[in-house]
Structure formats: structure tokens, C-alpha cells
Design a binder for this molecule. Structure first.
Ligand SMILES: Cc1cc2nc3c(=O)[nH]c(=O)nc-3n(C[C@H](O)[C@H](O)[C@H](O)COP(=O)(O)OP(=O)(O)OC[C@H]3O[C@@H](n4cnc5c(N)ncnc54)[C@H](O)[C@@H]3O)c2cc1C
Length: 471
């Protein structure tokens, strides 16, 4: 059986950050077990139509504020190619089903109404929590303006994932990563010399790919981690960085089972499904001027092929459009063939741009919901929820610690949330290791009093030995 001080389940941004931080602080023998054949998790690029597209995270969000976003700093240091991307412009490019574009004033007005309506909804939820009578939110007749409002509200629900109470001013600017190696470069740079040698070979004592963890067994002596291929690994501590969707599924079982306060908190957190569908065309037929990177299709069915982006700013001449679907629409599209999805997308595009536009030559539909190592795109805590819910999701259980974007109090749902969570969890674990070292003599004394044969369990309190390079 392979042993390590700390086993980390998952090699996304949070898992790699935690592993690196632990190693830098002296915990040398950290081992990452990753279910797939690659590192990166929800940061994943794929070649499509001669360029690299991001199936997962694409934007470095929250830049230009009072405090600095660590992922932006990292990207700047690595000279990652990025381009400014302002999706709020989308509100001025709203098409109806007959291809008419809503006049600017009309669209801006819808935006204001949506904001007012969102504030009213928030107040009513707050009042409900306080047990007061709430002002009724207006019902939504599906006039064109209400269709536009509906989109904007839908967008708020999908994008405003950070709890308002914990707002930190990283800024509002967003940059699209347009690097040849994509967002993944960040992770490969972090992993260089640590998980991989400079010529790209895996350091096998630090990272094992294609290792699907199915069971985490905890005892007084440590933790045993069992994988689908029958391997077993032993450690003093485990950090689980798998997504909230995976925690909600039964992929990983815990022995003894996680306590009720923890499983309840995990189940209460919403999982967003967010899907970017890529379409390649023989030529560009959409408007490409300044402020036209994004456009919206207003349809009675909320979220039906609503949000569009062209990739000409990031990749000139690529002739690629991206349409974003969420939740029920994402799940629906994931369950049908790509040909059917292509047909639907083409029909929407023909509504907007007329019947003569060329048919797409290729389509790429990521399936985050049906991916058993993700089960969704990112966590979305209820807008009005006390911080206790998230604290319970994050809280360790014995020797098992939790990290991942869903444990980041301020930035759940984001790459920088995953990064900061990895830092935070490693700090908490280091503190625990220190404490257990301090307690060691006392525990040894108690043990000798109760005449327990500690020699049969040599690892029980011996973080010191394990920290210094056993693997
Ligand atoms: C479509 C999409 C668009 C997004 N857009 C943005 C964006 O523009 N900007 C932004 O900041 N964020 C965005 N995000 C969110 C961002 O990608 C995530 O918040 C972040 O990457 C999560 O990192 P993580 O380390 O918490 O989890 P992950 O990256 O999911 O890492 C967890 C790892 O655990 C592995 N794993 C799971 N189960 C097991 C198991 N049983 N055994 C072993 N390994 C296991 C997984 O394979 C994975 O590699 C987007 C996400 C998606 C899906």
C-alpha cells in the first residue's frame, strides 16, 4: 500500500494549489489522486475549428478593483494572452424572434426593470426570512420587454454566484483567456517541477492519474483511500477537492459516513449547469463591430439559446459562435444528439439573421452534468442563506478536509474561488498538523496509561516522520 502524509482527491485548481502550498510548507509527501487522464478539472481546453476553446472556465472574472485577484496576477506573471470582454454590452443587442433588434433605450429600460425586480425579489426573500409580510413581486406577462427582463434576471441568477454579504472588491472587469494553451497553462505552470518534470513526465510519487476514488475510510490511525481499480492508499489526512455535484452523488463513500449536519449542507447547495456550445461556420455573418461581441435571443422559453458570443475578438477569422445554455436547457441538450442541438441552434440563428446564413460545419457540446466526475458546472448557494451552510460544507470531519470552489466563502463558483480555497484548506490542515504535534507527548502518555499497544499503530500520532518524505 502506498503511504503519504496527505492525499488530495482531485487535480483541479484547488487540489493543485493545496498540494503545492503544503509541499512548500514542508509537507513533502503529498499525493494527488485524479480520476481523469488529465489535470485541470473544470479548466479544460479543447481544439475546435483550428483554435483552442475553453469548455469550462473562460474568463478571469473580477479584475481592476481595489484588491487584486490572485488568478489575474498569476496570469499576468505567466504572460497569458487575454482580451477584455464586456458581456454587459449584450443588453444592447437583443433580437426578437423575427430578427428585429430591440432599440437601445428599450433594452436599457428592460435592464433597469430587471434590476428593480431582482432587488424586490431579494427584499421579499429577506422579509420572508425575518418572518415579515413581503411586498408581492409583479407577475410577468410575456411582452417583449418582459422577455428581455426575463433573460437579464436569468443571467443574474446564473452569474451572481458570490454571496452579497461577503463582497470583496476584486473589480468588475472580465478578461477572456485567449492563449494557445488556454487557461490550462496556469495549472501546468503551477505543476511544472512539482507534478511534472520539465520535460513533461509525471512525478509518480506526487500525482496519479486515472485513479477514481470510491471510498475514504477513516480510523483513529489514519485514512485509507480506495480507488475503482482496487488500489489502496494510506495517509494521515485526506483533502477532498471533488465538486459539490460529486459530493452530492454517491461516487465517493465515507466510512464512517459523514455526519448529518454535513450531508444536509452538501445537499442544500445548488449546482448550476452551464454549457457553452461551440459552432463553427464557413464564414462570419453576424455583426462584429465594437460592443457587438455578445448578443441575445429573446424567446418565450426562458434560457432557450439565449446568450450568444462571437469569438472574433479572441480569435480573428475563426468564424466560431458560442451559445450558452444553463440548468434545464443544459440538461435537455446533454441528453439529445449533437445533430438535434445543431438543428435547434441553426433555427434560432435563422430567426435572427435570416434564412440564407450558411449551415454550421461543426458543433461541440460539453456535457458537465452527465460527467460523473463533475455532475454540474459550479456551486450556487441560495441567495439568502446563512454562512453556516457553507461553513458546514467546508468543515473538516476528523482527518478528512474539504476544499474546492464550493468551499470559498467569497468566491464560490470561480477559478479564483478554487485557488483561494486551496490556500485556505492547506492552512487549516497545517494548523491541525501543528496542533497534533503539540498534543503528541500528552497523547502518548495517555496511551501508555491505558496500555494500548501503540507499536502496532506506528503512524497514529507521527506526523513528524511522515512529513519528512515517505512515499
Ligand atoms: C462551463 C463552465 C464555465 C465556467 N466559467 C468560469 C469562468 O469564466 N471564470 C471562472 O472564474 N470560473 C468559471 N467556471 C468555474 C471554474 O471552472 C471552477 O470554479 C473551478 O475550476 C473549480 O476548481 P476546483 O478545483 O474547485 O474543482 P475541479 O476543477 O472540478 O477539480 C476537481 C477534480 O476532482 C476530480 N475528481 C472528481 N471526483 C473524483 C474522484 N472520485 N476521484 C479522483 N478525482 C476526482 C475531477 O476530475 C477534477 O479534476 C466555469 C465552470 C464551468 C464548468
Amino acid at each position: 500500500m502506498t503511504t503519504a502524509s496527505v492525499i488530495i482527491i482531485g487535480a483541479g485548481i484547488s487540489g493543485i494549489t493545496a498540494a503545492k502550498e503544503l509541499a512548500e510548507k514542508g509537507v513533502e509527501d503529498v499525493l494527488i489522486l485524479e480520476a481523469t487522464e488529465r489535470i485541470g478539472g473544470r479548466i479544460q481546453k479543447q481544439s475546435f475549428g483550428d483554435v483552442s476553446v475553453e469548455l469550462g472556465a473562460g474568463w478571469i472574472a473580477g479584475v481592476g478593483g481595489k484588491e487584486s485577484n490572485p488568478v489575474w496576477e498569476l496570469a499576468s506573471r505567466l504572460n497569458l494572452r487575454t482580451c477584455f470582454s464586456d458581456y454587459t454590452n449584450a443588453r444592447y443587442n437583443i433580437y426578437d424572434q423575427s430578427g428585429e433588434i430591440f432599440p437601445t433605450g428599450f433594452a436599457a429600460d428592460s435592464y433597469k426593470k430587471a434590476v428593480d425586480s431582482a432587488i424586490l425579489k431579494l427584499k421579499s426573500l429577506e422579509a420572508e426570512c425575518d418572518g415579515q409580510e413581503a411586498e408581492e413581486a409583479p407577475s410577468s406577462p410575456k411582452t417583449p420587454i418582459e422577455l428581455a427582463i426575463d433573460f437579464i434576471l436569468h443571467d443574474f441568477e446564473m452569474a451572481e454566484v458570490e454571496p452579497i454579504s461577503t463582497y470583496v472588491d476584486f473589480g468588475e472587469r472580465e478578461y477572456l483567456v485567449a492563449d494557445e494553451r488556454g487557461y490550462e497553462s496556469l495549472l501546468y505552470k503551477m505543476a511544472e517541477g512539482f507534478l511534472y518534470t520539465s520535460d513533461g513526465n509525471i512525478l509518480d510519487n506526487r500525482l496519479k492519474l486515472n485513479k477514481v476514488v470510491r471510498e475514504v475510510q477513516q480510523s483513529r490511525n489514519g485514512v485509507v483511500v480506495k480507488t475503482e481499480d482496487g488500489s489502496e492508499y494510506e495517509a494521515n489526512y485526506v483533502i477532498v477537492s471533488a465538486s459539490i455535484g460529486v459530493l452530492q452523488s454517491n461516487l465517493i463513500s465515507f466510512q464512517p459516513p459523514l455526519p448529518k449536519w454535513k450531508t444536509e449542507a452538501i445537499q442544500k447547495c445548488d449546482v448550476m449547469v452551464y454549457t457553452k456550445i461551440f459552432l463553427k461556420f464557413p464564414r462570419c455573418f453576424w455583426p462584429c463591430g465594437p460592443g457587438q461581441e455578445f448578443f441575445i435571443y429573446a424567446h418565450e422559453q426562458r434560457g432557450y439559446f439565449t446568450f450568444w458570443q462571437h469569438m472574433e475578438n479572441a480569435y480573428p477569422g475563426s468564424n466560431i459562435l458560442v451559445v450558452t445554455l444553463t440548468n434545464e436547457q443544459s440538461k435537455r441538450v446533454e441528453s439529445q444528439s449533437d445533430e438535434e442541438t445543431l438543428k435547434e441552434a441553426m433555427s434560432v440563428l435563422r430567426d435572427m439573421f435570416g434564412p440564407t446564413i450558411p449551415y454550421a460545419t461543426d458543433i461541440l457540446v460539453p456535457r458537465w452534468w452527465n460527467n460523473r466526475f463533475q455532475r454540474g458546472s459550479y456551486s450556487n448557494y441560495p441567495m439568502i442563506s446563512d454562512n453556516q451552510l457553507q461553513r458546514n460544507v467546508k468543515a473538516p470531519f476528523g482527518r478528512i478536509f474539504f476544499t474546492g470552489e464550493h468551499t470559498s466563502e467569497k468566491f464560490s463558483g470561480y477559478v479564483h474561488g478554487g485557488y483561494l480555497a486551496g490556500m485556505d484548506t492547506s492552512k487549516t490542515l497545517l494548523e491541525e498538523m501543528k496542533q497534533s504535534l503539540l498534543l503528541q507527548p500528552l497523547l502518548a502518555f495517555t496511551e501508555s496509561l491505558t496500555q494500548t499497544d501503540q507499536r502496532s499503530n506506528p503512524q497514529m500520532y507521527s506526523n513528524v516522520n511522515l512529513i519528512s518524505g515517505r512515499s
